[in-house]
Design a protein around this ligand. Structure first.
Ligand code: GLN
Length: 280
C-alpha cells in the first residue's frame, strides 16, 4: 500500500472512533513505526511493505479501542526527553515537568546533590533531573516491580546506570537510605482520592495502574507516611518537593505538615491551579 493511502485509512479509523486528535495520532503512529519525520509524511508516497502496514493497522486499532497513545507508541515525551512506557507504569504528565523545573532552580546544573524520587514510575522525574544537572546522583524508589522494569529500561536508554540506583520499596519508614543523607526528596505520589477513582476518564481509569493513582482517603495516604519518615532522611536544610491534586489537597497538607517544615514555594500548573509544594 502507498503511504498516503495508509495515512487516509488510519485517519479514518481514528476519526470514526472517539479518540482525541485522530489525525495527529494516526500520523504519529505511522511516523514512529516507519522511522520517518512527521513532515516527510506530507510529501512522500512510497510503497509501504505489507508487514509494516499490518503493524500500523494494529497500533491504530488499539488506539481506536481507547488504549492511550503513549502505550500504543510505547513512548512518552517528558522534559524534552524520550521515555519508554507501557502497561503497568504511569504515563508522565506535562504538569510534572514544572516540579522538575522547580527542583532545578534549587539545584541548577553543576550543583552537586543527592536525592530520592519516591514513586519513580517510568523514572521520568529522576532521569530528567540527572540529564539536566550532571552533578546530581539519585535513588528512584517504587513499590511496583512492573514500574521498576520501565524505570530500568529508561535508565539504560539514557545511560544513567552509574547515577541512579533503583530500589523496590513500599514503606517510607523502611527506606534503605542513610539518615540525613539526602539533599532533597521529590515525589509525584498517587494522590487521587479513592472516592474519585471511578470518575476518572476511561482512558486513565481503564489502562493506567491504579497503584500509581489511588491515594486512599482524600488522596493523602502516602503524604502522611512521607511526613513521618522523610525528615530524618534529609540533611538539615534539605527540601521536600511534592506534586498534589490541587489547592484543596495543598491546604490539607499544610495542616498535616510537621511544625519544623518551612514553606518555600507553591507552584501553579498550566491551568493556574496550585499543584506543587516545596518545604525546607
Ligand atoms: N514519577 C512518575 C511520574 O511522575 C510516576 C508517578 C506515579 O507512579 N505516581 O510520572
Amino acid at each position: 500500500m502507498k503511504l498516503q493511502e495508509l495515512r487516509r485509512r488510519c485517519r479514518e479509523t481514528l476519526v470514526l472512533s472517539s479518540a482525541a486528535r485522530p489525525e495527529y495520532s494516526a500520523d504519529l503512529i505511522i511516523s514512529r513505526r516507519l522511522g520517518l519525520g512527521r513532515a516527510e509524511l506530507l510529501y512522500k508516497d512510497d510503497e509501504i511493505p505489507a508487514q509494516a502496514c499490518e503493524g500500523i493497522f494494529s497500533m491504530t486499532a488499539k488506539r481506536a479501542r481507547g488504549v492511550p497513545l503513549s502505550y500504543v507508541l510505547h513512548e512518552a515525551e517528558f522534559y524534552g526527553y524520550r521515555f519508554k512506557v507501557g502497561r503497568g507504569v504511569l504515563i508522565p504528565r506535562p504538569e510534572t515537568e514544572l516540579l522538575v523545573e522547580a527542583a532545578l532552580e534549587y539545584f541548577p546544573s553543576g550543583r552537586a546533590a543527592s536525592f530520592a524520587d519516591w514513586c519513580t514510575g517510568s523514572g521520568c522525574i529522576a532521569l530528567s533531573l540527572l540529564l539536566e544537572n550532571e552533578s546530581l546522583t539519585g535513588i528512584g524508589v517504587d513499590k511496583s516491580p512492573q514500574a521498576l522494569r520501565w524505570a530500568t529500561i529508561n535508565r539504560g536508554f539514557h545511560r544513567l546506570e552509574k547515577r541512579l540506583v533503583l530500589l523496590r520499596n513500599a514503606e517510607p519508614a523502611e527506606a534503605p537510605v542513610g539518615e540525613g543523607s539526602l539533599d532533597f526528596i521529590i515525589s509525584n505520589p498517587p494522590y487521587i482520592p479513592e472516592a474519585e477513582m471511578a470518575g476518572l476518564m476511561p482512558e486513565v481509569r481503564d489502562y493506567e495502574p491504579h497503584m500509581a493513582l489511588d491515594g486512599g482517603a482524600g488522596g493523602l495516604f502516602l503524604y502522611r507516611k512521607f511526613f513521618e519518615s522523610f525528615p530524618r532522611l534529609l540533611k538539615s536544610g534539605g527540601l521536600l518537593l511534592l506534586e498534589t491534586a490541587g489547592e484543596a489537597q495543598i491546604c490539607a497538607l499544610e495542616d498535616m505538615a510537621p511544625s519544623e517544615f518551612v514553606l518555600m514555594n507553591k507552584i501553579l500548573d498550566y491551568n493556574g491551579i496550585i499543584r506543587h509544594i516545596i518545604w525546607r
